[in-house]
Write a protein that binds this ligand. Sequence first.
Ligand SMILES: Nc1ncnc2c1ncn2[C@@H]1O[C@H](COP(=O)(O)OP(=O)(O)OP(=O)(O)O)[C@@H](O)[C@H]1O
Ligand SMILES: [Mg+2]
Length: 228
Amino acid sequence: MRDYSNLKVYTESGDEIGLTRYKFKKPIGYGCGGKAYKYRCGKVIKLLTDVGTPEQYDLMQEIKNLKLNGIYKLENILSSDRYLIKCYAGSISKYYKAKNKDLWMMSSSYVVKEINKLMGTASELAKRKIAIVDLNIGNVLITNEGLIIIDTDDYDRSIDDCEDYNLFRIKRTIDEVLDSQYFEHFRVENHNEFEVQHALTFNDFTDESFQRRLLKHKRPIDWFYKEN
Ligand SMILES: Nc1ncnc2c1ncn2[C@@H]1O[C@H](COP(=O)(O)OP(=O)(O)OP(=O)(O)O)[C@@H](O)[C@H]1O
Ligand SMILES: [Mg+2]
């Protein structure tokens, strides 16, 4: 466990977060950039391993203020400095309980609605030239509130063709999620992973005309069995 006794972290209004008073048990997740812990009621505190930049701080604040549907609700952006230039040190977000839900088995209309929600989120960010560089299967949670993107710390403002880039990241992440969920049903039906990948390569779940086809089937799995 990291020793937080020397680390000082401040909320947007300049209050110091008592990291030493708070008992940090096992993190709920960690990567190379930081660690996330359950924090107080229904919240997550993420603390970076190394303090970030003022640009990262501004970007996280902008994302927080946009209050976009498909992105985790950010409650507070933390900085390493109370007054002067605020460098990004972490965030407090709403805790989303990840559900073991299988997109193949949910209704097609729900899946299409959630994918389009994320596409809308990606477009809104692109309008502000924010590229969702870190989006992957690890950073999208399947929750009671649908698909929720988390971990926006490393988003980038320097990518051209941001809209295309963002929409491509959404498509790839949805494919990753569907591909990772193939195992349960397809194995028993003797479909192999290759067939699922093939179907995902030639059908774009984010494409409007494909979605119309998908909606003719009750669930994505019904589309798979009938059309592949
Ligand atoms: N608001 C949240 N609600 C539920 N779970 C969360 C939340 N924030 C983070 N987590 C959990 O903690 C894990 C790690 O958090 P996060 O993705 O923000 O950082 P990371 O990927 O470990 O770090 P980094 O990408 O900065 O190296 C997530 O994969 C997720 O399981
Ligand atoms: Mg992550």
